[in-house]
Design a protein around this ligand. Sequence first.
Ligand code: ADP
Ligand code: MG
Length: 243
Amino acid sequence: MTAVLSVDNLHKVFGTRPVLRGVSLDVAEHEVVALIGASGSGKSTLLRCINLLEPVDDGTIRLDGEDITDPRVNPDRVRRRIGIVFQAFNLFPHMSVLDNVTLAPRRVHRLPAAQAREQAMALLARIGLAELAGAYPDRLSGGQQQRVAIVRALINKPRLLLLDEVTSALDPELVGEVLALIRDLKADGMTMLLATHEMGFARQVADRVCFLDGGTLVEDGPPEQVLGEPREARTRQFLRRVI
Ligand code: ADP
Ligand code: MG
């Protein structure tokens, strides 16, 4: 079976500084892969390259078998198939929750407003926030905002969801509700690649854990193995610091 995402020998250089040094990684359909590693190890850069927010210097990225690093590929068409959510809340402050969620389908997909609204309301109902559809983001807690940002990324029905430390900016008491939503999405079969600092969560929810160090994928395996019995000294060192 073709992987949903297949990254092969990816290189990315900022100026003279190599940030990704030949990263290869596959994510199969319905699989959840957690990306761990110290700050600066290249996790965000990898996710941004996959969503074509950064040009790559070498290597290929395939989405359902299609080489999306091919310069002839239309990046907007690719981004419609990949949802991405960042660490900081990404809602537009001057738009209601509903308008935030329907913006992409209205603008990019040219979906009729009524249809976009119906889909958005269904997603908001699912996360228990339908009542806040007309509110502005500043009325919502950080956890609510981040959950809206996640369902907004789902409205295109993406093949792949990329989550970049989506709980890092939250107060600790708000982390749980966002992790619970990610767990629900996994139960629905969403294919996800998520960078996270939450080792306990990675262990519970991920099918595989990948440890990135200095732009190199050092270890890739089941959570019990990578987090419980790491093979590589660099992984052990990292885990001693964070756990
Ligand atoms: P992580 O998400 O694992 O913390 P990043 O991918 O954000 O790591 O960063 C990896 C390295 O790339 C860091 O050294 C960072 O300073 C550098 N970097 C990231 N983005 C840029 C950029 N736009 N220009 C220059 N250097 C960058
Ligand atoms: Mg990062």
